[in-house]
Design a binder for this molecule. Structure first.
Ligand code: OFO
Length: 167
C-alpha cells in the first residue's frame, strides 16, 4: 500500500472513532434529559461510526499495511439545546465528508484505484448521513422552541426518513 495513502486511511480511522465517541456522548446527553428517541438515534449512529472505523482497520491490515488505533479526545457534552446537538451532528458529518474527499483526491494523484474504489462506499454513506442531518435540522428549525414539538420530534425521530447504510 502506498505509504501516503496508508497514512490518510489511518487518519480516517481517527475521524470515524472521533465521530463514534461524539455520537455516544450526544446519546448520553439526550438520554439523561428524557429524549429517549434521540438517544436511540445517536446510540445507533455511534455504532455505525464504529463499524466504519473497523472497516478501515481491516482494509489496511488485509493489504499489508498497519492500522493504528488512535487515542480519542473527550467528546463535547455541553449542548445548550436540541438545535445545537443537531448542528454539531451536521458539522461532524461535513467534516468527515471533507476528509473523505481528500482521500479520494490523493488516491487519484497517486493512481491508487484500489483504495479509490474502496472509498466509494464512504462517499455514498456520507451523502446519506449529511442528508439525514439536514432533514432533522430543518425539522427542528420549523419546531423552534415549542416544547410539545420537541416531544413529538423525539417520539418520531426514528420514523423520519433516516438513511440506510449503503450495501
Ligand atoms: Fe462514518 O459515516 Fe458519517 O461520519
Amino acid at each position: 500500500m502506498i505509504k501516503e495513502i496508508e497514512q490518510l486511511l489511518n487518519d480516517q480511522i481517527k475521524y470515524e472513532a472521533k465521530a463514534s465517541a461524539q455520537y455516544l456522548s450526544m446519546a448520553c446527553w439526550a438520554d439523561t434529559r428524557g429524549y429517549n428517541g434521540i438517544a436511540d438515534f445517536f446510540y445507533t449512529q455511534s455504532e455505525e461510526e464504529r463499524v466504519h472505523m473497523t472497516k478501515l482497520v481491516k482494509f489496511i491490515n488485509e493489504r499489508s499495511g498497519n492500522a493504528v488505533i488512535p487515542a480519542v479526545d473527550k467528546p463535547r457534552d455541553d449542548f445548550k439545546s436540541l438545535m445545537e446537538l443537531f448542528e454539531t451532528f451536521l458539522e461532524s458529518e461535513e467534516f468527515v465528508t471533507g476528509k473523505i474527499n481528500n482521500v479520494i483526491y490523493e488516491c487519484l494523484q497517486h493512481k491508487d484505484y484500489n483504495v479509490h474504489n474502496f472509498m466509494q462506499w464512504y462517499v455514498a454513506e456520507q451523502l446519506e448521513e449529511e442528508a439525514t442531518a439536514r432533514t432533522l435540522l430543518d425539522k427542528l428549525k420549523i419546531i423552534g422552541d415549542d416544547k410539545s414539538g420537541h416531544y413529538l420530534f423525539d417520539r418520531d425521530i426514528n420514523t423520519f426518513q433516516v438513511a440506510e447504510e449503503p450495501k
